[in-house]
Design a protein around this ligand. Structure first.
Ligand code: NI
Length: 185
């Protein structure tokens, strides 16, 4: 049975770290992936990066379709992903499981070419655009120690400043793990 992992919130150092390359054959990863996927669905995310549950590895999971009505879960695992090409622009509202109750518009590339390794160790190169490309860029940022609020305009940053400060203070008090009320909307 997969288990729910604790979510690290803004202010925790691991969200600011450039994560380490992962070895798909590592038995630890085989054990970790079902828990990461389970936690993403449990927290109603369309993506979740390893450092958001305290693990220093370049891995994220995503499923952009499952929140739509009657959609089946179809999780994807991207290990050591790299974005190879970027094209165009889009703006979409983003949120993050590690930044409870903060939502803002983020400017992203519209279309990307990217590569990653699957859990079977296969190298895949693919293209994505629109919302899928947005989610990949958001999750990829996590692996680089970047969160979406870093990418806001100065004005938008001002609007979320207070909430970020509160999360930072919480983390300083040792509450760097999400509490149940963080998941209420
Ligand atoms: Ni996020």
């Amino acid at each position: 049975m997969p288990k729910a992992l604790d979510i690290r919130i803004y202010g925790d150092d691991i969200l600011r770290r450039k994560l380490k390359e992962a070895e798909p054959k590592d038995p630890y990863i085989k054990k970790f992936l079902p828990d990461l996927i389970y936690t993403m669905y449990l927290r109603e995310g369309v993506g979740l990066a390893a450092n958001q549950v305290g693990v220093d590895l370049r891995i994220f999971v995503m499923d952009i379709g499952w929140t739509q009505k009657d959609a089946k879960q179809n999780p994807r695992v991207l290990i050591n992903p790299e974005i190879l090409e970027r094209e165009g622009e889009q703006i979409g509202e983003e949120g993050c499981i590690s930044l409870p109750n903060i939502f803002a518009n983020v400017l992203r590339d519209y279309k990307i070419r990217y590569k990653y390794t699957t859990p079977d160790g296969k190298e895949v190169e693919a293209e994505a655009e629109g919302y899928e490309a947005e989610v990949i860029q958001h999750e990829y940022d996590h692996l680089e120690g970047i969160v979406f609020t870093d990418r806001l305009t100065t004005l938008a940053k001002l609007r979320v400043k207070r909430k970020l400060k509160d999360l930072e203070l919480r983390a300083k008090d040792g509450i760097n793990i999400a509490v149940p009320s963080d998941f209420e909307r």
